[in-house]
Design a protein around this ligand. Structure first.
Ligand SMILES: Nc1ncnc2c1ncn2[C@@H]1O[C@H](COP(=O)(O)OP(=O)(O)OP(=O)(O)O)[C@@H](O)[C@H]1O
Ligand SMILES: [Mg+2]
Length: 328
């Protein structure tokens, strides 16, 4: 079974027995061995990167490099040199020639994460690399041939970005030859118990705890939540529950203490005015969690957002809502 072999290669088991995920995983198995560019779309934390790695692990390139480039993490003017490399003296500070990510991925797979953030001038170069299989290091007079399979990920609506002129249309069509969508967790809730169990097992092992078990009511509650931060948010919530527990059977109390995920029907269940509403209690939990995570991340918003399973935008929104918080 190719999926199991791939999971072993990834060092991770991939949960997805419900119909939505099963269909996606089947599609991956069919596409992986074929050298075709794939665009993976999905909300934050849905598992795009995992799917991209699975694509590599199931391909004939599996024994070669899997290189990941985060287009959002590199300032625009450096992205070109990072991707395609540069010669010595190509720009101030380029005291040595450097191979880029494309060259490093030669024979293997290059995952371009958050492709929607790639600056327009670099998009033109990328298009050429995809079409001709050629790259030109910054400052180099000649081109180099590379054999790289590109898998691009985005949480944006790239078609819309292209229509609005923020993304090259020709590159969009070149990337979206195969356009896969990883469903948000709320659209495959049937996988939540298995995901939670897998994460509980993983974190119990990591924390050196034996015999950690979730009670059925806990699985039920997790399954009912909305999870705007998708699988990553669920993973973080389970990690918190396990970390705060003393082991053994874990029930709803642990969840109430550890959870920061707003209930799907929070508004509907708000108690009469005058008492502290569920909403307010959840806000208090959320606020303290954000403050602690911001501190733990040394005030780095992107890192804090990642740990919380939020997009950076929604973290910033919450920081505004809860007032300034000084991180140390
Ligand atoms: N089906 C799954 N089975 C097991 N773990 C999963 C699954 N989907 C996602 N995960 C885990 O959830 C976390 C988030 O996944 P990943 O980083 O791939 O999401 P992403 O879509 O790339 O997020 P972002 O948009 O923030 O970059 C990872 O730790 C990943 O291993
Ligand atoms: Mg990602």
């Amino acid at each position: 079974n190719r999926r199991l072999t791939a999971e072993k290669a990834l060092g991770h088991s991939i949960v997805g027995d419900g119909p939505a995920m099963r269909q996606l995983l089947e599609t991956i198995s069919r596409l992986a061995p074929k050298d075709i560019t794939v665009l993976i779309r999905g909300e934050t934390g849905t598992g795009k990167e995992l799917i991209a790695s699975l694509m590599h692990a199931q391909s004939h390139r599996a024994a070669r490099a899997l290189v990941r480039f985060n287009c959002a993490a590199i300032p625009g003017d450096l992205a070109e040199a990072e991707l395609f490399g540069h010669v010595r003296g190509a720009f101030t500070g380029a005291s040595q020639a450097r191979r880029g990510f494309f060259a490093q991925a030669d024979g293997g797979t290059l995952v371009l994460d958050e492709i929607g953030e790639l600056p327009l001038p670099v998009q033109a170069k990328l298009l050429r690399a995809l079409q001709e299989g050629e790259i030109q290091p910054v400052g180099a007079g000649k081109v180099e041939r590379v054999d790289v399979r590109v898998v691009a990920c985005t949480n944006r609506d790239l078609a819309e970005e292209a229509r609005a002129g923020r993304f090259r249309e020709d590159l969009y069509y070149r990337l979206a030859v195969v356009d896969l969508v990883v469903p948000p967790l709320r659209e495959h809730r049937e996988d939540i118990p298995a995901l939670a169990a897998e994460f509980a097992r993983r974190y119990a092992e990591r924390f050196g705890m034996q015999d950690v078990r979730f009670q059925p009511e806990l699985f039920d509650s997790l399954q009912r939540l909305e999870w705007p931060g998708n699988v990553r948010q669920l993973e973080n919530a389970v990690a918190r529950i396990v970390a705060l527990s003393t082991g053994g059977e874990i029930g709803l109390e642990a969840f109430a203490a550890a959870s920061a995920a707003p209930a799907a029907d929070a508004d509907a269940e708000a108690p009469p005015e005058g008492t502290l509403s569920l909403r307010e209690q959840l806000d208090a939990v959320e606020r303290s969690l954000i403050r602690r995570t911001m501190a733990a991340a040394g005030g780095n918003q992107s890192e804090a957002a990642r740990r919380l399973g939020l997009s950076r935008g929604s973290l910033i929104e919450r920081l505004k809502k809860y007032g300034p918080m000084v991180a140390r």
